[in-house]
Design a binder for this molecule. Structure first.
Ligand code: DSN
Length: 412
């Protein structure tokens, strides 16, 4: 063999450390999950060796007999999962999926409505620092000041005023159900295309815990690694009339060779998500989030919008401790083995690097089998750390308790 015979211990030891970190800490980042060994087997397979620019039966290189079958299975499975006409499983990420849709269906300078970043939207929904905001004329809608829900009246008013070519729904930090029906009505009223970015909630949709936007939207994009629990990557499903333009935009418009090993992992995940057990899992994610939100509320934390209906919640730290920033809270919790991310709350006076809030998600802890009683324990562990982020002895004690809790729910 021409390959080195000695393992690359620099890397293998770090992978071992990461396994240890994932096994012994609480993973509460709302966009993460523990993917299955079957998915990881596919992603770590010889499929990584194959170049396959193009699409099944229309490739630019030879030798694609096997990967053609794999990509076809992935496309067929995801169409069945969501009831879609067409699918493109090649986007390397959710950001590329969104960009591919814009490239397919918009011209540079077109007007688009998207949820503002500081109210829970994604960078690719028109942030000025993202290509979406630089190439297209995005206008932001937001949440109501009163109950922090999507402001559909404002969305309609902005749509009537700006006559956008596309309305983008979906969020990265919004704890409520997004009903696609009224957004479709607004799109129809102004003649706009409807893109639903389901990156965070694709697994909840697949599991029947959230409404399916596919019958309403022209195009639905999502990532495969969040609630859907597949490999890291993106996907697009669409109405048949948009399929050719989307395929052309992803390749050759935006990407080169597809990652067929990841596409195989996506195919495995789509099959896993079609099982009745995955429906139970999706419902438990939501039940766990509700239990965790209740327990945090009882301990003095304000929940943005008053609670959650999905896999995540945003807590506004200011009712608990006016001086405590999201940044300091994230760091102290990390020291205690509780991993989550700082997040702005709506109209946050602090910068996105500091923030007044935290985003907390339950997909990972639900995968490892935790239920409502463990959510109460997690709220208590978090409260012990956040009561005094300078108390290193208490943080060390919580680290031990986190390790003990996780040892009852082994992952890998
Ligand atoms: N990084 C993802 C998230 O955490 O929501 C969005 O791209």
């Amino acid at each position: 063999m021409p390959w080195p015979t000695q393992p690359d211990t620099d890397i293998t030891e770090l992978i071992d450390r990461e396994v240890e970190r994932q096994n012994t800490g609480l993973q509460l980042i709302a966009s993460e999950n523990f993917t299955s060994p079957a998915v990881m087997d596919a992603v770590g397979s010889v499929l990584t060796n194959k170049y396959s620019e193009g699409y099944p039966s229309k490739r630019y290189y030879g030798g694609n007999q096997v990967v053609d079958e794999i990509e076809d299975i992935a496309r067929r499975r995801v169409c069945e999962l969501f009831g879609a006409d067409a699918a493109n499983v090649q986007p390397h990420s959710g950001a590329n999926a969104n960009l591919g849709v814009y490239l397919a269906l918009l011209d540079a300078g077109d007007t688009v409505l998207g949820l503002s970043l500081d109210h829970g939207g994604h960078l690719t929904h028109g942030s000025p620092v993202n290509i979406s905001g630089r190439f297209y004329d995005f206008v932001s809608y937001g949440l109501t000041p009163s109950d922090e829900r999507l402001d559909l009246d404002q969305l309609r008013d902005l749509a009537l005023e700006h006559r956008p070519k596309m309305i983008v729904a979906g969020a990265t930090a919004y704890p409520r159900i997004i009903d696609p029906a009224p957004i479709r009505e607004i799109c129809d009223e102004v003649g706009a295309l409807f893109l639903f970015d389901a990156a965070h909630i694709a697994g909840l949709i697949a599991g029947g815990a959230h409404p399916n936007p596919v019958p309403y939207a022209d195009v639905v994009t999502f990532t495969t690694h969040k609630t859907l629990r597949g490999p890291r990557g993106g996907c697009i499903v669409s109405r048949a009339e948009h399929a050719a333009a989307i395929d052309k935009a992803i390749f050759p418009g935006l990407q080169g060779g597809p990652l067929e090993h990841v596409i195989a992992g996506k195919a495995v995940a789509f099959a896993e998500a079609a099982t009745p057990e995955f429906g139970d899992y999706a419902r438990q994610i939501v039940a766990n989030a509700a239990a965790l939100a209740d327990a945090l509320g009882e301990r003095g934390f304000r929940l943005v919008s008053g609670g959650t209906e999905n896999h995540l919640m945003l807590i506004d730290l200011r009712t608990f401790d006016e001086e405590l920033t999201g940044k300091d809270a994230q760091n102290a919790l990390d020291d205690a083995g509780i991993t989550l991310n700082k997040n702005t709350v709506p109209d946050d006076p602090r910068s996105p690097f500091v923030t007044s809030g935290l985003r907390i998600g339950t997909p990972s802890v639900t995968t490892q089998g935790m239920k409502e009683p463990e959510m109460v324990q997690i709220a208590e562990l978090m409260t012990r750390v956040l009561a005094d982020t300078g108390d290193t002895a208490e943080i060390a004690a919580v680290r031990d308790d986190v390790r003990a809790l996780c040892s009852k729910f082994p992952v890998y």
